[in-house]
Design a protein around this ligand. Sequence first.
Ligand SMILES: *Cc1c(COP(=O)(O)O)cnc(C)c1O
Length: 427
Amino acid sequence: MSKPLDYFTYQAQNLTTSGADLSQIAEEYGTPAYVYSEAGLLEPVRGLTQGLTGWDPLICYAVKSSSNVTLLRRLAEAGAGMDIVSGGELYRCGKAGVPGRKIVFSGVGKTRTEIAEALQFGPNGIYSFHVESGPELEAIGEVAHAMGKRAPIAFRYNPNIAIKSHPYISTGLRKDKFGLPEKELLALVEKFRDHPGLYFKGVSIHIGSQILTLAPLRDAFARTIDLVAKLDARLPEPVTYVDVGGGLGITYKNEKHPKISEYCALIKKSFGKLRKSRNLQIVMEPGRLISGNAGLLLSRVLYRKPGHGKDFLIVDAAMNDLIRPSLYESHHEIVPVRKKPGTKQTTFDVVGPVCESGDFIAQNRKLPDSLQAGDLVAILSAGAYGFSMASNYNSRPRACEVLIADTGRPQLIRRRETYDELIAPEL
Ligand SMILES: *Cc1c(COP(=O)(O)O)cnc(C)c1O
């Protein structure tokens, strides 16, 4: 369903999206450039909505996966809410016109300032805070009470379930910093249920990212349902929402991943009974599923440097633009933007100009032998955790971002940074 080239296709040897020729995009906006397909961004939202027809799910896009305000606005126009992890992301939501009632606030370290901002967010504050610890719950209660408000709360439950993924993106194990184990969580309910600044609404989970099988989610959902019964027994009113988290995986190379329809069917099967007992709101927090294969990173080959047994393809995109290969050893397919005749392949390390040996986009990668300086390549599946993780390391201005509409019309949604902007905050 979500593959690297789902929304980018070759037309007469040229890579395109919605009819727009990516060579022309590179000419017009320069490289490196993040290019997003609007169709690709919106299709998963539609899929989730359709898969849960009649359930009216609140689909809260994980802003951290790709945070450009224009992307957020398009998603909000399509009905999506947002899952945020900082005041900065909340600010972006404000600029994108997302109403507070569609925002959930996740993350282990919400500051008092951020909590106050979320309580004041228009028109009536956010949908819910996902609480990760006792001290944080206390802080939220205090801030809300001091403001004469009651903060809507859900506990982030850590069901202690392993997923097969990179250890940096597992979040649902006891050893991870995220969520609360059942015993602690229930003790907090007992302690805080009568707090005048708090209002207990639901429970959330998020066990990790790039999840490729439904089994761990099935287990996590079952444990969540058990927990809801225990919460109901301790709270003045039954829990009204369950947030099933995000984490559904996509194809980067050749991984098989669950279909959106199968995922939705699992949610319906798991929570159907619970939903009969109350007006249950299902909240979801997909990030990568929405943005991952909707974006690519366009880059130009600077030099081809002969190496020991393989050549280095030195490109103008680097780890500061896309850190996933260096950080998670993740795989991104790389394809030429213009296919040349001849099929001979050779082994390359595709690297950037940053002064780190860890600066690589791909190692030991078979690519067309014809690639040379000046050619354009597309680094695929870069829409999620690409630009949003970019930095200025090596004093490199961050790339531009371009959104291609359904009609093929390109829109520059973030211009390339300038040298002046690199040093602007320095005193
Ligand atoms: C990062 C994150 C997500 C999104 O994860 P994906 O793997 O991109 O779907 C959802 N919920 C929370 C709490 C997160 O931290």
